[in-house]
Design a protein around this ligand. Structure first.
Ligand code: ZN
Length: 191
C-alpha cells in the first residue's frame, strides 16, 4: 500500500521519534508499505516520521547509486530503534534530496563513516560500520527519526534563500508525482 508522504512544515517531521517493540501493531505490513511508498516515489530511503508515525524506524535501498559505489548494490535494509554510536572521518559534501522536500537538492556536509546499532524486523540486533553512500543515506534517514531535516544542516543564509520555496512546499503549491500530505494546504470545496 502506498502511503502519503508528509511535506516540509509538518510538525511530526520536527519531533524526535520513540523506540518501538517488535509487538508494534502491524509492524510487518508497515515495513512493506514503507518500501512500496519509497520505491513508488523513487526514493532511496524513507523514515516513519515521513509517513506520520513518530517512531524510530526507517528503510533504505540505495541501489540506484550502485554505479558510484558498488557497496550499496545490495543494501535493502530495515533499521528499528537505530542509534548512531560513532561518526568519524572527513566531512564531505553530497547533493541530497528528500521525499518530504520535493524539487530541492542541496550540498550537505556530513562525515564519511558511522557506526550504528539497530535491530531488524525479526528482533535480531546489529552493530555495523558504514562508509560512503550507505553512511550518507543512513545519516539522512537517521536525522528524520531525530526530528531533523537536511535543511537543518544549511547555513542560515542558504536557508533564507530557500525559504519561499519551502513555504510553497508546505502549502502544496508544487507539482509532485507521488502522494503527499501538505500541512498548510487550504482545503478547497469540491465542485
Ligand atoms: Zn528525507
Amino acid at each position: 500500500m502506498i502511503l502519503p508522504i508528509l511535506a516540509y512544515g509538518d510538525p511530526i517531521l520536527k519531533k524526535k521519534a520513540s523506540d518501538i517493540s517488535l509487538q508494534y501493531p502491524g509492524l510487518k505490513d508497515l515495513i512493506q508499505n514503507m518500501f512500496d511508498t519509497m520505491y513508488q516515489a523513487k526514493g532511496v530511503g524513507l523514515a516513519a516520521p515521513q509517513i506520520g508515525l513518530p517512531i524510530r524506524l526507517f528503510v533504505i535501498d540505495p541501489s540506484p547509486y550502485a554505479e558510484d559505489d558498488i557497496e550499496v548494490q545490495d543494501l535493502k535494509k530495515v533499521f528499528i530503534n537505530p542509534k548512531i554510536t560513532q561518526t568519524e572521518g572527513d566531512f564531505c559534501l553530497f547533493n541530497e534530496g528528500c521525499l518530504s522536500i520535493p524539487d530541492i537538492r542541496e550540498e550537505i556536509d556530513r562525515q564519511e563513516r558511522i557506526t550504528i546499532e539497530y535491530m531488524d524486523e525479526t528482533g535480531k540486533k546489529f552493530k555495523e560500520a558504514y562508509k560512503g553512500i550507505a553512511a550518507r543515506v543512513i545519516q539522512h534517514e537517521y536525522d528524520h527519526v531525530e526530528g531533523k531535516l537536511f535543511t537543518d544542516h544549511l547555513s542560515p543564509l542558504r536557508k533564507r534563500m530557500l525559504q519561499s520555496r519551502l513555504d510553497q512546499i508546505s502549502k502544496g503549491e508544487i507539482k509532485v508525482d507521488y502522494k503527499m500530505r501538505f500541512p498548510q494546504k487550504k482545503k478547497r470545496k469540491q465542485a
